[in-house]
Design a protein around this ligand. Sequence first.
Ligand code: R5P
Length: 302
Amino acid sequence: MKFFAGSSSPKLASSIAHELRTMQGGAELIQFTDGEISVKIIDHVRRRDVYVLQTFNEPVNDKIMELLIMIDAFRRSSPRSITAIIPYLAYSRKEKKDTRHDPISGKLIANLLQQAGITGLITTDLHADAIEGFFDVPVINLSASTLFSDHLRPKLDISNTVVVAPDMGGAKRARKFARELEVPVVILEKVRPHNSPDSEIVTMIGDVEGKHAIIIDDIVSTGGTLVNAAKLIKERGAKQVDVCITHALLCGSAVDKIQNSVIQTMYITDSVPVPSAKMLDKFEILSIDKMIACEINELQAE
Ligand code: R5P
């Protein structure tokens, strides 16, 4: 097999290569002055199983295009298989039509990847399980939940901890996490007024009074969902609020919002690299490197 990486997360790429005890395949990325991207694959991939890592962080559209071009280059060199490893699959939040004339951008991304030539996908914490069905190739959707629960369990007083879903869409994820920690789950209901980027919480199911509350979510983008949820549960009497988030996009003023919030510690993964300028003392990064390497090893052993 051959392991390659695009330009999105060099640190994660080298830790995965280290875990796999392999050298990264050579690929040169060229960006022309008009913005066009070209990729030159240096290593031979004929009759090899190719794994290519590229997460969809900012600038998202360039990262997508770069991966599509890499896949096209591999496909034209007769590999045995091409598995894309996309820890954060952007556009997944647009997996259904909310109004009659909406696009389903998540499906478009799936079509593009398949058309380019992937034969499999490894990803982490898809925004919605249904997105797996957008692909006609095998999808492995890894969850960071066990990574978080294994890390947190020794630090917790289980008898006084609750897991919180910041919206109804995250209830299934929160229940899984709560089951792993063997603690109760609390669910918030969030609504986004029509045409407004801001959300508000309208209902809370469960009790947080005097508890150590851990919010779990797939994405933090503007930070609005998280900070509102943390504020509400603190007002309802939680004694400590921590957060576990897989994909820390941290757009716009998210970092300031989180810094000035009641959140004590925020556990995130490296599915998306966090630039050092955005790094806060309250962030703790857990790496998904072993999880991904382990999956590749299992696929290769089959
Ligand atoms: C929404 O359904 C997602 O699970 C996240 O809660 C949401 O994308 C977070 O976005 P923001 O940080 O902008 O509130």
